[in-house]
Design a protein around this ligand. Structure first.
Ligand code: CA
Length: 221
């Protein structure tokens, strides 16, 4: 899961980035509206946290431009407590949710999970595949009820594949969901994580479509 954070308050931005990364999200942080919009046009993100008061281009203008371009990425706006008109305008302009400043980061993380779940068309929070259960709230993975210990990237990779079970995910797509722009990507690291996941579960869990990408087959659960 890769988030774009558009926030010009440095202290808040740093705190959010740390909390969200600890929650298993990849976070790219932009400090003005122009940079945020340019980043969003790359299409590499699953969700946007958008402060409305941003330099160079305000959050409302970013949101309007985004929706006018046909981009339907989930957007959560951050607004000041007294700015009722901003919240209404933001929701009318196509935001999916909002949070009033100041807020608890744990509430933000829960709202993001809810937004991503709804976007995935799921009412149930856990992801299941056979006897494998991934719980995004606790970031725990179990198999037949027994905990499976995964590294942060293995967890993120498994989550991305399970959320798109039955779809082939390209290498570029998977790497975009695992690494932010500031992270170094080693050329074989995706294969290494896939290899470890297969060892921890089953070789057959993740299918390789040579030259195309990887998928976890869809299953009725
Ligand atoms: Ca601001």
């Amino acid at each position: 899961m890769r988030l774009l954070l558009a926030e010009d308050d440095i202290m808040l931005g740093e705190a959010l980035q740390d909390t969200l990364m600890a929650q298993g999200f990849v976070v790219d942080w932009m400090k003005d509206g122009q940079a945020a919009l340019a980043a969003l046009h790359t299409g590499n993100f699953d969700l946007v946290i958008l402060d409305l008061g941003l330099p160079r281009r305000d959050g409302m203008s970013v949101l309007t431009a985004l929706r006018q371009s046909g981009n339907d990425i989930p957007v959560l706006i951050l607004t000041a407590r007294d700015a009722l008109q901003d919240r209404i305008a933001g929701l009318d302009a196509g935001a999916d949710d909002y949070l009033l400043k100041p807020f608890e980061t744990t509430e933000l993380a829960a709202r993001l999970r809810a937004l991503l779940r709804r976007r995935g068309g799921r009412a149930r929070p856990e992801l299941r595949h056979g006897d494998i259960v991934l719980d995004p709230a606790s970031q725990q993975v179990t198999r037949a009820g027994n905990p499976v210990v995964l590294t942060r990237r293995e967890y993120m990779l498994l989550k991305e594949l399970l959320e798109h079970a039955g779809e082939v995910l390209t290498r570029d797509r998977l790497e975009a969901s695992l690494y932010g722009w500031m992270d170094e990507v080693e050329s074989n690291s995706l294969e290494v994580h896939i290899h470890h996941l297969r060892k921890k579960f089953d070789a057959s869990l993740i299918r390789t479509l040579r030259g195309v990408g990887y998928m976890i087959p869809k299953q009725d659960s």
